[in-house]
Design a protein around this ligand. Structure first.
Ligand code: HEM
Length: 273
C-alpha cells in the first residue's frame, strides 16, 4: 500500500515521512528514559514490560522482543489510537448537528441518568441504551477504516474455495459488512434504531465490526468503547451543539482520503447548557 518508492519521490507525502521520523525520535527518547529509570519489579507501563521481556530473552536469536520492535510497536499504538479516536469524535459531532432530534434524545437520556452535577462514569452505559445505540451507529455509519488494516498472509491458505498464496496483501473491507443491507435495514443512512430493539433496549449485531474481527482485531477495542462513551457524553452533558449553516447544507459524506473516512471541514458552535 505504501510502496518504498514513495520515500524517494518528492511531494506532500514527504511531510508525513518527516513527521513519522519526529514521532520515532520522541518514542526513542521515551524508551531511553524508561531504560534509565527501570525497576524490573515494578513495571510502570508497556515500555517497561517490554524492556523486562527483552532482558529475559536477550540470548534468544529468534526473539521478537527487540529494541526495534519496541519502538515501532509503541509508535503503532500512538498512531493507531490518536487519529482514529479524534476523527471519530469530530465526525460524531457533525452527525449530531445534522440530526438535532437524535441529539435532543441523547441530551434527555443524559439528563435523566446522569444529570448535570456529576461527571459521567462507565457504569452509566448500562442504563443509557439510546446513547449507546447512537455511538454504535456513528461508528457503523462513518465506517472510519473502510478497507480495514492491510494484512499479509504468512502461509498459503485456502478460504472458501479460494487459494491465497503466502505473502498476499489482504484488505479486509469492513464496509462490506458495516454497509451490508442484509444486516442493516438502512445501510447508507444514519439510523440509531439499527441498534435498538422494539423495547428501546440495545440490540447487538454480529456485523458491527468497525474495529475488525478475529485474533488481530483492534488492540484498543475496550479503550475505544470507554473513551467514546465518556468523551461524547461529557461534551453533550455540557454543551448544546449548533450548526453555523442551515442543517440541509451540512454534508456528512466523507472527504476524499486514502485510508480513513474523514469528515469534511465544518463549523460548529458549542453553547454551554
Ligand atoms: C475509533 C477508534 C479506532 C478504530 C475505528 C480502530 C480500528 C481498527 C481496525 C479496523 C483495526 C484492524 C483490525 C483487524 O485487522 O481485524 C485496528 C487495529 C489496531 N488498533 Fe485500532 N482502532 C481505533 C482505536 C484504537 C486505539 C485507541 C488503539 C490503542 C490505544 C488502537 C490500536 C490498534 C492496534 C495496535 C492495532 C493493530 C492490532 C494488531 O495488528 O494485532 N486502535 N484498529
Amino acid at each position: 500500500m505504501f510502496p518504498r518508492v514513495m520515500w524517494y519521490l518528492p511531494g506532500r507525502h514527504q511531510t508525513m515521512f518527516k513527521n513519522i521520523r519526529k514521532l520515532l525520535l520522541f518514542v526513542e527518547k521515551r524508551v531511553k528514559l524508561n531504560e534509565e529509570t527501570l525497576d524490573p519489579n515494578n513495571p510502570r507501563d508497556y515500555i517497561d514490560a517490554f524492556l523486562i521481556r527483552m532482558e529475559k530473552e536477550k540470548s534468544d536469536p529468534q526473539t521478537e522482543f527487540t529494541l526495534r520492535n519496541l519502538i515501532y510497536s509503541t509508535l503503532q499504538i500512538f498512531v493507531a489510537g490518536s487519529e482514529t479516536m479524534s476523527n471519530t469524535l469530530v465526525y460524531s459531532l457533525l452527525i449530531m448537528i445534522k440530526y438535532p432530534d437524535v441529539c435532543a434524545k441523547v441530551h434527555q437520556e443524559i439528563d435523566r441518568i446522569i444529570g448535570r452535577d456529576r461527571i459521567p462514569k462507565l457504569q452509566d452505559r448500562n442504563e443509557m441504551p439510546y446513547t449507546e445505540a447512537v455511538i454504535c451507529e456513528i461508528q457503523r455509519f462513518i465506517d472510519l477504516l473502510p478497507l480495514g488494516i492491510p494484512r499479509r498472509t504468512t502461509r498459503d491458505i485456502e478460504y472458501r474455495g479460494y487459494n491465497i498464496p503466502k505473502g498476499t496483501n489482504v484488505f479486509p473491507m469492513l464496509s462490506s459488512v458495516l454497509k451490508d443491507p442484509s444486516c442493516f435495514q438502512h445501510p447508507s443512512e444514519f439510523h440509531p434504531q439499527h441498534f435498538l430493539d422494539e423495547n428501546g433496549e440495545l440490540k447487538k449485531n454480529d456485523a458491527f465490526m468497525p474495529l475488525g474481527a478475529g485474533k488481530r482485531n483492534c488492540l484498543g477495542e475496550a479503550l475505544v468503547q470507554m473513551e467514546l462513551f465518556l468523551f461524547f457524553v461529557t461534551i453533550l452533558q455540557n454543551f448544546t451543539l449548533k450548526s453555523l449553516v442551515p442543517v440541509e447544507e451540512l454534508d456528512i459524506t466523507p472527504d476524499v482520503s486514502g485510508l480513513e473516512n474523514l469528515p469534511k471541514p465544518y463549523r460548529i458552535a458549542f453553547i454551554p447548557r
